[in-house]
Design a protein around this ligand. Sequence first.
Ligand code: SF4
Length: 723
Amino acid sequence: MSKQTRSTCPYCGVGCGVIISTEGAQITGVRGDPDHPANYGRLCTKGSTLALTASAAITEQTRLLQPMQRLNRKSEPKATASAVSWNHAMDFAASGFSKIIAEHGPDAVGFYISGQLLTEDYYVFNKLAKGLLGTNNVDTNSRLCMSSAVAGYKQTLGADAPPTCYDDVKHAECIFIVGSNTAYAHPVLFRRIEDAKAANPQLKIIFCDPRRTDTAEIADLYLPIQPGTDVSLFNGMLHIMLWEGWLDNAYIRNHTTGFEALKATVRDYTPELVAETCGIKKDDLMLAAKMFATSSATLSLYCQGLNQSSSGTAKNAALINLHLATAQIGKPGAGPFSLTGQPNAMGGREVGGLANLISGHRDMANPEHRAEVAALWGVDSVPDKPGKSAVEMFQAAADGEIKALWIACTNPVQSMPDQATVRRALERAELVVVQEAFATAATCDWADILLPATTWGEKTGTVTNSERRISRVRSAVAAPGQTRHDWAIVVDFAQRIEAKTGREKTLFPYSVIKPELGVETIWNEHRESTRGRDLDITGMSYAMLEASPQQWPLTEGQSTGKARLYEDAVFPTPDGKARFVNTVYKPVAEPRESRFPFSLTTGRLRDQWHGMTRTGTLGRLFGHVAEPSVQMNPQDMARRLLVEGALVHVTSKRGSIVVPVQASNEIAPSQAFIAMHWGEEYLSGLSAAGTPLAGVNALTTSAYCPSSKQPELKHATVKIIQA
Ligand code: SF4
């Protein structure tokens, strides 16, 4: 008899509900949950093939199923690791971290975690570092994904809270998609946009992106801007709106501050200048401004094209400025809507899982916030020294300042920019612990200790999707081999550290013997930490989530969450008003030059996910794109006498890879594109110093936004030469 378990897709931030079918210990099928408000039964190719990725054969071939130790990693990188007991692995890790902290202080260790962890996992990692060990060195791959959106929301609206919901797609009269290949990266949401367009022919869609991706097919107006020029575009649109009298002056006067300074700045962003900077037609710029400002409801959907930028925060803020200036916010179908890349980047932010945050959307730099969290955890204090963000953490390890790294559920050896620095960091670190479900993740090769974790289909907890909706993730099958839940691994480690320090009462009183109870206890502690905060979920029990996923905030006593924020035009700032940010356009960190004449951009394929540890196990997911390539404009290929499929060296200032070239009219002249997913199995290369590297991040730059510290993964300059 087949068992059915409701859960959530582990891939993107759309957060689709799934129903998992199991026969005994085997997942036999996955279908969309017709009752889940994120997808109403729909799934994309990735979600609908989940069951195949969890077969017994694939589990056997790809999973890390027992703790391992690599005794001579420093002298022999990638040496074979040997199986050890959990007790030995955890004792080794706890002793190693304790010794390094005793000798060098708590900031000599760092935790690099993941937007694919569940909220409960994230919570205990954060508490371990900030509450027990005394370091804010906890950062996550969400830094590479959403930190510019976080900073943009906080600077303008006062809180890290997307004010919109998926339902707004059907209420919008204008949808502005910018820096997002929604058709590939958020396919089920894209289906909603298609439905809305079919139902309402009056709906106008503007698509803005350097690449003319499949998302452009639905657009009434396509703006092929030059990479990194978004702030110029948004300021130029505001200039036109001002000139044409399309602003909502009453809204600006009553509900915002800071407009006069911005008005003075955008005076210089004339249509002629902006059209030239962005490489678009002036008439198209004028039309975009008109469509945005004069529609009855404008919804902006945006993603990594804005976030992964050395101006990421300014791009987010400049777009939100447009919504505030036209009052396109706080009403059905209107508002800025950042699309979350990963399944639980939002949940991580909620528990404070970034180096500059603490629990409940609190700021590490705020003494009152630190005191509140210290009281909640029952510790004397939470450290006030700023933690290292992702790029800073690996740089600090490469410099010898961080000596122990704990990496969980993420694959920095493939996904971080400037791979040469990441490899130097891992070579130099005295102790590297990797907590991971897949033995095939490249980062496993760099671990002293490998801790096998459970993954989708086996885990229990919660995730938050792009529209602030929290859904349950449920285990459908038992943990395979010796794998353990991520939160339970952290609790075991923390209790060993506590034993070494002689603490009498554990900060981690969560039952690992009864994991269903343990994980719910963590959830309830997290809920309590949000009391009185913008994301207050004190009313959101597991029992309530059993019945239906819910959006935050949902305070104690309420029965449903809030679909849309700021409908009363009151913002979570000291004076209740939203703030215009005086945004100024700055070019990309690495402009094109004669030696490196191409702008390289990166992005997703339709059917692959991140480093392919899961999707790469299925042949059918290679049907859409079978192998890596660098896409170029046919004119650029002709000028360089390159023919389709020819091998080329793609070289930046940091490294070089060899890859076949593919002609594509999606790509503008002087630009190039390589998908982010291909690892060393597919795409080998060398650093500028001759170290073996792999994947597109051999080329990318770690230059980052000064506010959000999110690196500019979307742009590096390269040269392309026949191999
Ligand atoms: Fe999963 Fe995203 Fe596809 Fe939904 S759209 S099925 S969440 S990958």
